[in-house]
Design a protein around this ligand. Structure first.
Ligand code: PLP
Length: 431
């Protein structure tokens, strides 16, 4: 018998989510991916130490840089996403911030939508500016031309989320990618809400994909982690990214020019984010995320089916004023949803309850199956009131621009029996 499913990219998504990137023959034939609970590895010999540190030999030395457990997760996600390489980091925010800190230096700029996770908006609008990296937020994410207007010669990334937060808006990915590429700028997509099962941004023009693996990839709300996947086709050597070019000049001969060109960003990110800034993912976390990924496609199918039923139920309810879910035919994003998310636009949605704040508060206090939590992407169903939590502190005008009103609730629809979710919402909304 010759088992080779770990390296067969022709296998289906669900087969690869169970097998890709892990060869038991390299790990004492343990069928579960072992957790390498060590801070460092014995180097073997003087010559081998030199080869590891000049990157002419692949291997492990110190775990802040790499670890065999994380390596399996990185290879598995790269396989599912269709990328050339991936890097695991301590959290989604570490993945996002270290991506920008690898691409940008003082004086550089990012172009982004405003409909982002609150932590990403804060990073771009108030944290990175203190390091001289600024963000031009686009005026209208629905109009690709507004991305073009925001790009300058100092732009180092165009950044969007696959499904915006919390109104679940969708940009025209291919149009935005074409604009970014016409200016020599990489297109970066946070694909946390969709996962590679529902949407693979690299197939629609993205160059880098970032994840909070805390959410659907881990899937059970047990660990915090992040991942960045590289597409392998962006030309980093065109003059806009001097640090990446310097890395290439230093290591291309030893690592192989062709390979390094395809994985250049990932190596530079590993150096900046993990070695320099220390945002490494623990191998225990990598193991938990691998466990989650084993059932990703099955969970996402159920998440999407439940979300569609919940959205339709809310849409028909007399005490619900508006539902934001692109799976509804009435959504302004329904066309883009059908084009980019044929398996369904995820399981996140928001809705406005009649009666404003009092109405929303009443629903939260009456829900019995939905948990009241700011997390998303758990197997369990979660509800949050954005105005008093994820968007707390924004003035009413900023909130309104983000689609957050006093009566808005955001749902992360889980995989429970859908009848229980509908009954819970029904009794909480009341007559
Ligand atoms: N991206 C999105 C879309 C998120 O919802 C979150 C967290 O909620 C993050 C990134 C940040 O991820 P983490 O909490 O793992 O740092």
């Amino acid at each position: 018998m010759t088992y080779d499913a770990f390296s067969n990219q022709a296998l289906g998504f669900t087969t690869r989510q169970l097998h890709a990137g892990y060869d038991p023959g390299q790990h004492l034939r343990s069928k579960a991916v072992p957790i390498y609970q060590t801070a460092a590895f014995e180097l073997g010999s003087y010559e081998r130490c030199e080869r590891l540190f000049d990157y002419s030999e692949e291997g492990y030395s110190y775990v802040r840089y790499s670890n065999p457990t994380n390596d399996v997760l990185e290879k598995r996600i790269a396989s599912l996403e269709g990328g050339t390489a991936a890097v695991g980091l301590a959290s989604g925010m570490a993945a996002i911030s270290d991506t920008f800190l690898t691409l940008c230096g003082e004086g550089d700029e990012v172009v982004a939508t405003r409909t982002l996770y609150g932590g990403s908006t804060a990073l771009l609008s108030s944290v990175l500016p203190t390091y001289g990296i600024t963000c031009n937020f686009v005026d209208d994410p629905d109009d690709p031309a507004s991305f073009e207007r925001a790009i300058t010669p100092r732009t180092k990334a165009v950044y969007v989320e696959c499904l915006g937060n919390p109104v679940i808006n969708i940009v025209d990915f291919e149009a935005v990618a074409a604009i970014a590429h016409a200016h020599g700028v990489p297109f970066v997509v946070d694909n946390t809400f969709a996962t590679p099962y529902l949407f693979r941004p690299l197939e629609h023009g993205a160059d880098l994909v970032v994840y909070s693996a805390t959410k659907y990839l881990g899937g059970h709300g047990t660990v915090i982690g992040g991942l960045v996947v590289e597409g392998g086709t962006f030309d980093w050597l065109g003059g806009r990214f001097p640090r990446l070019e310097a890395y290439y000049q230093q290591y291309a001969a030893r690592m192989g020019e062709e390979r390094l060109r395809r994985e250049l960003f990932s190596h530079a990110l590993r150096e900046r984010g993990l070695i320099d800034l220390g945002a490494h993912m623990s191998p225990n976390t990598a193991f938990s995320i691998l466990q989650g990924v084993e059932t990703l496609s099955l969970r996402m199918e159920r998440h999407v089916a439940n979300a569609q039923a919940v959205a339709e139920f809310l849409d028909a309810h007399p005490l619900v004023e508006k539902v934001n879910y692109p799976g509804l035919a009435s959504s302004p994003y329904h066309g883009l949803s059908r084009r980019y998310f044929p398996k369904g636009p995820g399981a996140m949605m928001s809705f406005d309850v009649a009666g404003g704040l009092a109405g929303a508060r009443r629903v939260i206090e009456r829900l019995r199956v939905f948990d009241f939590m700011v997390n998303v992407g758990d197997a369990k169903s979660l509800v949050v009131h954005p105005a008093s939590s994820t968007h707390y502190g924004l003035d009413p005008e900023e909130c309104a621009r983000a689609g957050v009103f006093p009566g808005t609730l955001r749902l992360s629809v889980g995989i429970e029996d859908v009848e229980d979710l509908l009954a819970d919402l029904d009794q909480a909304l009341g007559a």
